[in-house]
Design a protein around this ligand. Sequence first.
Ligand code: MN
Length: 259
Amino acid sequence: MALEEYQRKGNFRRTPEPRGRARGKRPRALQFVVQKHAARRLHYDFRLELDGVLKSWAVPKGPSLVPGDRRMAVETEDHPLEYAAFEGVIPKGEYGGGTVLVWDRGTWEPLDDPHTALAKGDLSFRLAGDKLRGRWHLVRMRGKPRDRGRAHWLLIKSRDAEARSDDVTERETASVLTGRDLDEIARAGDRVWSSRSGERDGPAIPPPGDPSAVTGARRAALPRRIEFQLATLVDDAPADGEWLHEIKLIRYLSHTAHR
Ligand code: MN
């Protein structure tokens, strides 16, 4: 399903969900995310990056690490890549209204051509996340009733060293981003996402901005260690722009000039 459908359904004035654009292919690793979503019914949204969007399935019972466990996965709208980092509250009455927790995140690797495999309805892939790892399958069910035109798939863990016999959704309930559970995110919700700007509300964490715009920034690997810097006592706090500049440099560790 196209990103347009997601954007049509979302109200981007009132919803803190980020709005995104479909982007071209990139050489870097493809990301995956599983968002635990307390909407009308609790479910897990399983999303795989492909062609600049997040291919998405709603998994009512969530993924299982038990090989052969077949978890129903209903195909849903593609989501923008930026949504993979979204954790918070979607206002009630809006598309996907409820609490969203980033349950797992990492990279994925298709084992065959993903476009052919998805068209065929049989996708084999590898996940490298915190909670979900190893080989997996997504298999489209044939001849099953479709839910408003949405295909039903099965999400299945393959038998490998990353398989487990216990219930991972019961064992693991915390956000991989913040360690919070759904209640904590919901409680923090109006603090984090309260009104400030039209799109993203609250005394929220300011959007990080584009690191490549920082003077002296250069794309580089994450350094193995960061050298200590001497602090100098001053009388006044630096001007806004200056310390934001510093924070951006530190946050992205993408500079070499600042020594
Ligand atoms: Mn959902």
